[in-house]
Design a binder for this molecule. Structure first.
Ligand code: ATP
Length: 365
């Protein structure tokens, strides 16, 4: 069992910088929690406070209902895996993995058993005599994981463990870490700035910005129901398109009018916005690239656009659509025929159109 409870956690660094602000989160046993957010948003600082490597300025961290604020790192039953692996270069793989247990004066036989077992799980059995410089990046990362595993921690903290690996290996290691999570039945907290990693790995994602939690939810929840424009823009690739304009009524129809563009809005959405007092006010429309489609002329459309750059990714193509003032990106199947320079009518999937308040940037609908 390892559930964590983090309450009103704050971090002021010595120079006064307020890196983590009122961070509150309950983590269940065996969850795979991912902290995600842009560089400098406070992910690592939060993780390091959980590990006990960084003092807490305010708040409480509990593990299984015991407050651990002043418990030294090695007594927290937590293992941390870093981005740079932090392996000892002069030691073999075996000794790197055994080191923590030796320090704890664990009997040699038990150390051997644990290292051999971890090496087997991680596919390192053949490499136990090598030194870190004789390993590939992925193998080094596995040693770092093995070193954490042999301690049987209740909680694994992983700080961008895959960012030094190439794209292909990253995908492979992601799967291995997920398998490890299932197999070990421990609680994992994983830090990354990569939203794809967060979406594919997490049971719940914690999205942070400027030291504050923006939203906590399952990958599906934060994708489908982002609380604000920041979350909406951070989750999803290519990112959600945003068009800011004024909600206006013209001859029984509602439009989002920008300086040079006019987006016709579905009645159901405009009624909702009107009821919330947004008529003649600025709002931001959000639409994901996958929810834009091309319609035949004469069919119901939201607006028109000229086809610009087309980026082929393999199975899909990202098509840049030039409105008068804005450029938005649509995501289509690669087999769809579409040519640059052509004028087209487009429609947005009604149930997937989001609106955000132009000032607060909070989601309205
Ligand atoms: P990254 O993805 O780049 O690792 P992060 O979200 O993990 O970023 P943190 O490392 O937690 O961010 O840093 C949060 C903020 O605290 C940053 O603005 C950073 O510059 C600042 N910071 C980190 N360590 C210190 C320190 N020792 N003293 C003062 N400010 C610090």
């Amino acid at each position: 069992m390892a559930k964590l409870s983090i309450k009103n956690l704050d971090k002021h660094y010595e120079d006064g910088f307020h890196a983590v602000k009122n961070f509150t989160l309950d983590i269940d046993d065996k969850e795979f929690i991912v902290f995600v957010g842009p560089s400098g948003c406070g992910k690592s600082t939060t993780l390091r406070m959980i590990a006990g490597l960084e003092d807490i300025s305010k708040g409480d961290i509990s593990i299984d209902d015991t407050i651990v604020n002043y418990v030294p790192p090695k007594e927290r039953n937590i293992a941390m895996v870093f981005q740079n692996y932090a392996l000892y270069p002069h030691m073999t793989v075996y000794d790197n993995m055994a080191f923590g247990l030796k320090l704890r004066k664990v009997p040699k036989e038990i150390i051997k058993e644990k290292v051999i077992q971890a090496a087997e799980i991680l596919g390192l059995s053949e490499l136990l005599k090598r030194k870190p410089k004789e390993l590939s990046g992925g193998q080094r990362q596995r040693v770092a994981l093995g070193r954490a595993m042999v301690r049987d921690p209740k909680v694994f903290l992983l700080d961008e463990p895959l960012s030094n690996l190439d794209a292909k290996l990253r995908v492979q290691m992601r799967r291995e870490i997920l398998k490890l999570h299932q197999r070990l039945g421990a609680t994992f907290i994983y830090v990354t700035h990569d939203q794809t990693e967060a979406m594919t790995m997490a049971t719940r994602i914690v999205i942070m910005k400027d030291g504050k939690i923006q939203q906590v939810g399952t990958p599906k929840e934060v994708y489908e129901n982002p609380r604000n424009k920041f979350v909406a823009s951070f989750i999803g690739s290519p990112a959600m398109n945003f068009i800011q304009g004024t909600l206006q009524k013209q001859q029984n129809e509602h439009y989002l009018n920008t300086v040079r563009d006019q987006i016709k809005l579905p009645a159901v959405l405009s009624e909702q916005l009107k009821e919330q007092g947004y008529l003649n006010k600025e709002v931001i429309l959000g639409i994901r690239p996958e929810n834009i489609s091309i319609v035949n002329s004469g069919e119901e459309k939201n607006t028109s656009a000229k086809v610009g750059l087309i980026e082929l990714t393999g199975a899909e193509k990202y098509v840049h659509l030039q409105l008068n003032n804005e450029t938005i990106i649509a995501r289509f199947h690669s087999e769809m025929t579409i040519e640059s320079g052509v004028q087209i009518d487009i429609s947005f999937k009604t149930e997937s159109i989001y609106f955000f308040d132009a000032k607060t940037e909070n989601k309205i609908n």
